[in-house]
Ligand binder design. Sequence first.
Ligand code: GLP
Length: 240
Amino acid sequence: MAEVVVVDSKAAAGALIADEIAELIRRQPDVVLGLATGSTPTPVYEALPSRLQGVDVSRVRGFALDEYVGLDPQHPETYRNVITREVVEPLGLNPELIHTPNGDPASIEHAGDDYEAAILAAGGVELQILGIGTGGHIGFNEPGSSFASQTRVKTLTAQTRSDNARFFDSIDDVPMHCVTQGLGTILRARHLVLLAFGEGKADAVAGAVEGPITSSLPGSAIQLHPHATVVVDEAAASKL
Ligand code: GLP
């Protein structure tokens, strides 16, 4: 059963998790963090710089959950560029130690296996930050994803493409495919921290935390994890 923490605001959630991450980095300067994109983790990333003043972050390692397939590498919305802008640069991390799956169509066949091998070689993820999609997806593991799934290419659902269209000029620019860590990959991280804010996430949160464990709601996989923390505001907690 996941531990649920209800907070007053996104900023409070950000402060709580940023404190934990800063402590991890102080204890273990080469810690492996699991990074997520989307709007949800932003308060954590925003709270981190003030907590990391004077802390050596040069050896921090990181793996993002997912990447779009086929976006121009210069496009501001590749998850590589999002992570660079929101995490690597503000925190002063070494970009070479921060990984995102390879979304280049030319190497897509090996992208999943290569990423799994890199996570394994790093010794696994210590703390994995997660958001949740309105349909209950984590990473880009859409409903129907196997709980044993590993990093692989997936097709985005119409719902996810429409949810994410706000980051693009038009929905037609949202890629059709992605490379995402699997649910099996995510479950190997040693601590899962799932964040969710707003009423729109209330159903997904209730399903993930206390609904049946089912691949129709991929977030429910967190119930199988021995150390999962769910940090939500009142609105996202309203259906618990
Ligand atoms: C995307 C990401 C997920 C994220 C989800 C929710 O699909 N791949 O990792 O959890 O969106 O996005 P947001 O946090 O913006 O609500």
